[in-house]
Design a binder for this molecule. Structure first.
Ligand code: CP3
Length: 354
């Protein structure tokens, strides 16, 4: 496969990249950098090609996906590309009536609330997402030695949209199901784990060099509830893709109390938001895993000197880590000045050059 380890096989173009080395906790020529939401509204060239094309439709057009995924790589010199898609694409692909509303997020016409509703969640097959295979095939050709990160939403974060019917601040319907009908909840998360596993496998088999599982909203959960009611489903996803040997990244927001469990779920790299310094995060995660993060995305709204001082704090806290991938603590905010991102990549590369 395109991602096989070099043991007895031909090393691939991406295998020796700084990004994959850092994920494997090997020595790196410089600290690799990429940004969550690096493709998207902060870029004028993105806004231009997206004009008049609804979000979910854009995810199903391979030419457009390829162009949008490459835009931040060309502009910022980041160490990895992230496949342009959305966490709800596999749910759309199995026929759920959902849409992404501009400025709002994913909205589901008929939320999943009962056992009867579960029947609408059929299995995902590779034939449901031919555009993913096609786009990733094009992308890995064009990217050459730059790795492509595939991704999916984790079962809890997907469930939060499906049960609420849209974005929520409290997740009251989803958490009420988790506490009040644990059997239904477990079955829902298990279905979502299977769908997510297939979605990641399709991306890896098409050539993705790493995968990130976004459990963006897991920070809403107490550790005991996460361990009991959510972690088994996320662990099932990680286990399903373990055999490919590609690094598995696990990210959430506000997950300071969950970092250890998020590693134990089966991640090689644990993503950290800006609330926990990386040295403390490594103590919580324990040995044997790399970390990714964790500059506060709002720092990019300050001047160059402040950005560099705050980036340096992140690098200093990462000094003793086994592996570090520099990133923001969450996605690039849409009004970010893209030049600030380009300068930040340059700063991290220069400052960490070995
Ligand atoms: O560059 C990248 O990171 C790849 C693209 C990407 C998108 N969504 C594109 C997108 C990724 C990795 C995602 C993941 C995603 N989608 C997450 C997890 C990451 C996170 O931020 O925690 C979540 C929670 C979603 C659900 C979702 N989709 C939200 C909350 C929104 C924002 C709604 C809005 O308009 O503010 C979306 C829409 C979305 N996904 C956009 C993009 C570029 C904006 C839509 C547009 O450009 O018209």
């Amino acid at each position: 496969s395109a991602n096989a380890s070099p043991s007895g096989q031909q090393p691939t173009a991406t295998y020796d990249s700084a990004f994959l080395k850092a994920c494997r906790r090997e020595a790196v020529p410089h600290t690799p950098v990429w940004f969550m939401r690096q493709a998207g509204r902060s870029l004028p060239e993105y806004r231009k090609v997206r004009e008049g094309v609804p979000m979910l439709e854009s995810c199903m057009r391979p030419e457009l996906v390829t162009e949008i995924t490459l835009q931040p790589v060309r502009r910022h010199n980041v160490d990895a590309a992230i496949y342009f898609s959305d966490i709800v694409v596999p749910l759309k692909a199995i026929g759920l009536d959902l849409d992404i509303k501009p400025g709002v997020g994913p909205v589901v016409e008929q939320p999943i609330r009962t056992r009867a509703d579960l029947a609408r969640l059929r299995d995902l097959t590779p034939e449901d997402v031919p555009y993913v295979t096609e786009a990733i095939g094009q992308l890995t050709c064009e990217l050459g030695a730059t790795p492509l990160i595939g991704f999916a939403g984790a079962p809890f974060t997907l469930a939060s949209y499906l049960v609420e019917g849209g974005p929520s601040r409290t997740y009251e319907n989803a958490k009420a199901m988790m506490y009040g009908d644990p059997g239904l909840w477990a079955d829902l998360l298990d279905r979502l784990a299977d769908i997510t596993a297939v979605f990641l496998k399709v991306q890896i088999e098409a050539g993705a060099s790493a995968v990130q599982l976004f459990d963006s909203w897991a920070g809403a959960l107490a550790p005991a509830d996460y361990r009991h009611s959510v972690m088994p489903a996320s662990a099932k996803v990680f286990e399903a893709v373990a055999g490919y040997g590609v690094p598995r990244i696990h990210f959430g927001v506000g997950t300071g109390e969950l970092l250890k469990l998020m590693g134990e779920a089966g991640a090689d790299v644990v993503g950290v938001d800006w609330r926990v310094p990386l040295d403390e995060a490594q103590r919580r995660v324990g040995p044997g895993r790399a970390l990714q993060g964790n500059l506060d995305p709002t720092v990019l709204f300050t001047g160059k000197d402040t950005v560099e001082a705050k980036a340096r704090e992140v690098l200093d806290a990462a000094e003793g880590l086994e592996g570090h991938v520099f990133n923001l603590g969450h996605g690039v905010l849409p009004t970010t000045d893209p030049d600030a991102l380009t300068r930040l990549v340059e700063y991290v590369h220069t400052r960490t050059a070995r």
